[in-house]
Design a protein around this ligand. Structure first.
Ligand code: TXA
Ligand code: MG
Length: 335
């Protein structure tokens, strides 16, 4: 990890985007906004930069990373797309969808970034600042979420600074990220596409495009993990979470939705409504910021009301379940 201070760059300034791209070319680590969360970017072809990226995050293991490109054509050159992958890429890129496909070979995404797998995770983000940076850089950029290992993903430049200041070269500040949860990951390496991680693109939209349901991953504990992000505790705030709470207990903060006022709400130390109007899209966008601000307020425990499970509710439920899961020891933390 680099010694010293982290430059704060402004994504609205073309000169700053150019400076961020030059840092990437030089093997530097640059956090940048995507429509989902802030990513910590490194040159996908540069194993030294990728190794420094794992070190900066404090990732205990070399998990495979998502390679981001400026357009679908560039992504298509890095992998072998079957009919399902081609259809999903055409329908949903640019956007919050990651496709896992067989790696095409070559130097475009180095072995370390793929954790030695013969597959590669590809994404074409829709965020204008991400696209500007990728276009200026000119190649694939690997980018995990720009948080310290085990922390919730950053949805603002300030969150990135809180976690990684002094450990990375720059943060390209483009304001809050609009989607707020990570991309949906679909494995297209087999005969039928598999939903590896629910995320910012709703399962229903993908299944409608495919005309058939997505499969769920089979347990892969015996093999190289296909999506370590699916391991139990991962998106963890410091406070303990209690899900589907019907009432507020003494000492708890309340994370509510659509104006719900469960019994005991008067006892709550803090009340945060993820979306007073009942929008799951807004709730997803605000989820990680809410968890970070409750942590900052120092609350020891958070009661979470039941939320609807359709649309982006599936990704929200997935992240909340992992935030509530028993904390693994540091050596078991996936990322
Ligand atoms: O929205 C997002 O996807 C964000 C932004 C920055 O693009 N990135 C992100 O990256 O969430 P990360 O590293 O936190 O999560 C990547 C996930 C991990 O669960 C990893 O195991 C999985 O993608 N993955 C990467 N390559 C894979 C592969 N070849 N096969 C299966 N899963 C893979
Ligand atoms: Mg992550």
């Amino acid at each position: 990890a680099p010694e010293g201070s982290t430059r704060l760059l402004d994504a609205h300034m073309p000169g700053d985007v150019e400076a961020a791209a030059r840092l990437l070319v030089a093997g530097g680590l640059v956090a940048f906004p995507t429509e989902t969360v802030y990513g910590l970017g490194a040159d996908a072809t540069n194993p030294d930069a990728v190794a420094a990226l794992y070190a900066a995050k404090g990732r205990p293991a070399f998990n495979p990373l998502i390679a981001h490109t400026a357009d679908a054509e560039a992504a298509r050159r890095l992998g072998a797309f079957n009919a399902d992958a081609a259809l999903l890429a055409a329908r949903f890129w640019p956007g919050p969808l990651t496709l896992v496909v067989p790696f095409a070979g070559g130097a475009g995404v180095c072995d370390l970034a793929r954790a030695g797998l013969d597959t590669v995770a590809l994404r074409v983000p829709s965020h204008p600042h991400a696209r500007a940076l990728l276009a200026a850089f000119g190649g694939a950029v690997v980018a995990p979420s720009a948080n310290r290992s085990g922390h919730v993903s950053p949805t603002e430049a300030g969150h990135v600074m809180d976690d990684l200041s002094g450990r990375i070269h720059a943060v390209l500040d483009g304001g809050p990220t609009p989607v707020g949860v990570e991309s949906t990951i679909v494995d297209c390496t087999g005969a039928d596409p598999v939903l590896l991680r629910p995320g910012g693109l709703a399962r229903e939209e993908i299944e409608a495009a495919l005309g058939r349901p997505l499969l769920l991953p089979v347990s892969h504990s015996d093999a190289a993990p296909s999506a370590p992000g699916r391991l139990a505790s991962h998106y963890a705030p410091r406070a303990a979470l209690r899900l589907d709470a019907g009432e507020v207990m003494a000492g708890e903060a309340l994370l509510t939705f659509a104006g719900a006022r469960p019994p005991g709400i008067a006892r709550a130390a803090v009340v945060l409504d993820l979306s007073p109007s009942g929008s799951l899209t807004e709730a997803a966008a605000r989820l990680y910021g809410a968890l970070r601000s409750l942590d900052a307020a120092g609350v020891p425990a958070i009661a979470v009301v039941p939320l609807p499970r359709e649309g982006l509710g599936e990704a929200i439920a997935d992240r909340l379940a992992r935030a509530a899961a028993p904390r693994p020891s540091q050596s078991e933390l996936p990322q």
